[in-house]
Design a protein around this ligand. Structure first.
Ligand SMILES: [Zn+2]
Length: 298
């Protein structure tokens, strides 16, 4: 699709779903103006980018997420590294939604990065539940959202601050939060009363092969997600908690992408990264905990 085609397609999708949006500055309603920008009742304006996303940050942000990391994550998605976890999420979503509802399902990915998790999941879920699913991805990183929008026009993509989500109250049936920070008060505001929040966090053996090289003599080798689970449980009613663990075979090229995708390598020296690549690993362990919750106060 050409850039102007992308702009048109996402403007149309936004127009069909105008009522989802809320101005992040004044909380006013938003309309699509002339197919080119989102305009609130108090004249705050957010232009659509040519690639088909909208930047709704109220203050510019500097994030440490870089293109190499997002390229890595996209490649790992293509290598089916996350597929068993995403397939499980799709089942959980299908089970959580009430059958025979003749309406569109709104799925927010809070911290969507370069978008590949949401793209994969929206397809899996629509196939599974045979309902119309609209995916909305937000991330504070413009670099990530730009990559997402370039690759996909069937979901809505926004650069936004999780603390000031540009959406109306109770807009989403499902909020996904995959390996990404949370903002529970915003999740509570955005989730429909009968909606579910699904958060994925690493468990202790996640990437243990990399961890043992990067953190050779360091207590960060051991990872516990206990505090994260407690915080979730204080904010939402924890309905279900499950662990999913599997190994993925990797070739050297995939291993390199994996290394650059992971926060473990951000603070590592180049020689440590090289050391990992020289280690001749053939398999990497994935180990996640999936938390499913609903609102405490409805
Ligand atoms: Zn406004």
């Amino acid at each position: 699709m050409t850039k102007s085609g992308k702009l048109l397609a996402s403007a149309r999708l936004m127009e069909q779903n105008e009522s989802l949006f809320r101005c992040p500055v004044c909380h006013g309603e938003i309309k699509i103006d002339d197919g080119k920008s989102l305009l609130c009742t108090n004249a705050h304006r957010f232009d659509l980018a040519k690639q088909g996303y909208v930047n709704m940050l109220t203050t510019p942000s500097k994030t440490k997420y870089d293109k190499r990391m997002f390229d890595g994550r996209k490649m790992m998605n293509e290598a089916a590294f996350f597929e068993p976890m995403l397939a499980r999420l799709s089942e959980i979503i299908g089970r959580s939604l009430k059958p025979a509802e003749d309406k569109r399902i709104f799925l927010l990915d809070a911290g969507s990065g370069e978008g590949s998790h949401l793209m994969t999941l929206r397809e899996m879920v629509s196939r599974q539940i045979q309902m119309d699913v609209l995916g909305v991805g937000i991330d504070i990183s413009k670099e990530g959202v730009l990559m997402a929008a370039k690759n996909d026009s069937s979901n809505l993509w926004c650069v936004a601050d999780l603390a000031k989500c540009p959406f109306a109250d109770k807009s989403f049936n499902v909020i996904l939060n995959i390996l990404s920070p949370s903002n529970y008060s915003e999740f509570d505001r955005l989730l429909a009363d009968d909606g579910v929040l699904i958060k994925v966090i690493p468990d202790s053996e996640y990437l243990k092969e990399l961890r043992s090289v990067f953190y050779e003599q360091d207590d960060r080798r051991e990872y516990s997600n206990e505090q994260t689970i407690q915080l979730f449980d204080r904010s939402f009613e924890l309905l279900d908690q499950e662990r999913i663990r599997y190994s993925v075979p990797l070739n050297p090229v995939e291993l390199e992408h994996l290394v650059y995708m992971t926060p473990l390598s951000w603070s590592a020296a180049e020689e440590q990264v090289q050391q990992v690549l020289d280690h001749n690993l053939h398999e990497i362990t994935c180990d996640f905990t999936i938390l499913v919750g609903r609102k405490k106060n409805k």
